[in-house]
Design a protein. Sequence first.
Length: 288
Amino acid sequence: MTSADLVLPPTDQQTPTAALLKAPGDQTLDLAISEMNVLLEQHGHVVVICPSGIGQAHERRLHAIRSVMESDRIALVKVDLPPLGVAVLVRQLRQLSVCDFSPGVVASAARLLTHYIHAGALLNSVARLDRVPVSLRTHAKSWVPGSQFAVLAGPSPQLVKIGPAVEPPGGPAFGTHLLVATGQLSSQWVQQTLAPAWKVQAVHENPLPASSPKWWGTGKLVEFASYLPDISVVYQLVSSVRREGCHWCGMELIGDRCGFCSSPLVPPENRMHSAGVLTQGAAAPPGS
């Protein structure tokens, strides 16, 4: 992982922790390569989750490490989720890493699981929000004192101006837990309105990731992410997707792209795909 505050506490004794890959300003390249070599010796393969908000220098460092080591056992998986959603995804992948899945399946499962994480935030302004589509009219409304907006970044972008007769954005159609991180915005709307509307089974609190204010364009926010809490359901979900062999690096994968070398399945027009979330959209997970 690229930031320590994106490593959530384990849910059980079997969930392993995540290794922290530091930014260039915090570690020399030689030391970073040495630590990566130790990880490969200990675990065989390394799956690196790169949030979309990661600094360019940090991302270049990760590619440099893989290039210098000439290793095909390092997967760099770019994830376009808000910080709290990334933290949830990383914990699910940590849980999957001790199951009977190959490294290739774990790496490519990241794209699958993002479809089942509803990540968003309650904001007092969307004037500086550039990661979710916002109309000019909504931008203008954000300058009105007291305005608040519920913004869903994924799996389908939504934006709702909070009001007495306004419904919350549409949420998951299956049982989830809700993780909440409060910034400089004093509001119980997420816990008291959104959580009941989404029929979440439990609400958990977590410190706000340091990268969240930059991602959302304001520090006055309450970030949230709903997710599948039962690892057995997550396991069944991943298991239900057809596995393929990458034609380029030979790694096992699910979906339409290798998690290690990023090569697509070829030729796609001659390949039979399973009817899962990657081909049919975000359907309810098995056992829901």
